[in-house]
Design a protein around this ligand. Structure first.
Ligand SMILES: Cc1cc2nc3c(=O)[nH]c(=O)nc-3n(C[C@H](O)[C@H](O)[C@H](O)COP(=O)(O)OP(=O)(O)OC[C@H]3O[C@@H](n4cnc5c(N)ncnc54)[C@H](O)[C@@H]3O)c2cc1C
Length: 297
């Protein structure tokens, strides 16, 4: 099995700094835990193919509020020894003691870094957030800093967090997260380079110095991605909506992927530190973007 150029223990901030020092963008991929044997096979095949494309690091989502968490550990056990791996971790519904024990489990599995997130209450348990001991990502960062030497990263929102009053409020929160130890941020999905650049400018004005890695969702299945955009509050450009209107599935895929490739190349031209591609556990679209913009051969 081919390994990435970085090994499991490498800090994400070191990988970003090394890449920045030689003027190359990092390439990384997000996965989610499998549900059954078929989706497990797909996940492992996708991981192998993307590692062969020299992924710098990968990340694995965590089911806020309980769902799929054991599956996350099962994936991390096999993923983390192969490549520098970020384990997402959520605060929702968690106690400090329980979180400390999860962090130790991450350490034992060889996870390189924790993406410290609040998470959202699951639909079928809407008060989970209020009932837990930890209610913000900042509180989770504090537990991580006290309990572990693992590097932490956090989320950032180019179009502000849906519950937040303003981007300036989010930017100040990101500054507090950096002060609490966060060493990098990965963004929510978004569809305009201006939104990303505006976020970077706003957080820099507040004194944030950590790298802001754009999270990019390939628009392979337009319907699915538009649904995700709605849930996350990301603004879909009118031009893209018009182009997709009335398109067949296959036309929509071509339009969506061309849009994603253009966005990726504009982000790199604007000196984003790298691209974190949301794979949905499939390699095709992520690889297409990476190839088209020349990050992999
Ligand atoms: C890259 C990325 C990966 C993700 N991965 C996962 C995942 O694996 N699993 C999952 O369940 N979810 C995941 N999410 C979703 C994320 O959990 C939600 O977007 C959640 O609503 C916000 O998380 P946060 O860490 O930004 O929360 P927080 O930083 O806690 O912020 C949440 C809200 O509370 C407000 N707030 C927080 N602290 C304060 C404070 N001290 N004072 C005032 N206001 C405050 C913020 O302004 C914001 O509106 C991910 C999101 C991103 C961008």
């Amino acid at each position: 099995m081919l390994k990435s150029s970085y090994s499991s223990g490498d800090a994400i901030s070191k990988i970003l700094a090394d890449a920045r020092s030689v003027g190359r963008p990092t390439l990384s991929f997000e996965f989610y835990p499998f549900r059954d044997e078929t989706s497990a096979a797909q996940l492992w095949q996708t991981l192998d193919l993307l590692l062969a494309a020299k992924a710098d690091f990968v990340s694995l989502t965590y089911g806020a509020g309980g769902s799929s968490q054991e599956k996350s550990f099962a994936v991390l056990e096999r993923m983390a020894p192969q490549v520098a791996t970020i384990g997402h971790l959520t605060a929702v519904g968690s106690s400090k003691v329980g979180t400390a024990s999860t962090i130790r489990r991450f350490e034992d599995l060889g996870v390189a870094s924790i993406l410290a997130l609040r998470g959202d209450s699951p639909k079928d348990d809407p008060t989970a957030l209020e009932r837990g001991e930890l209610t913000t990502a900042l509180e989770l960062l504090d537990v991580a800093a006290k309990e572990s030497k693992l590097e932490t990263g956090v989320a950032a929102f180019p179009e502000k967090h849906p519950e937040s009053a303003s981007l300036a409020h989010d930017a100040n929160l990101l500054r507090l997260k950096e002060l609490a130890g966060a060493k990098y941020a990965i963004t929510q999905l978004f569809f305009s380079v201006e939104a990303y650049l505006n976020l970077v400018e706003t957080v820099r004005q507040q004194g944030v110095t950590i790298e802001i890695i754009p999270g990019l969702m390939p628009i392979a299945n337009a319907k699915q991605v538009l649904r995700m955009a709605e849930m996350s509050g990301a603004i879909v450009p009118q031009k893209l909506l018009e182009a997709l209107h009335g398109a067949t599935e296959s036309e929509a895929r071509t339009i969506g992927m061309q849009f994603s490739i253009d966005l990726a190349s504009k982000l790199l031209a604007a000196k984003a530190p790298g691209l974190h591609l949301f794979t949905l556990n499939r390699h095709e679209s992520a690889m297409k973007i990476a190839k088209e913009i020349g990050i992999v051969g």
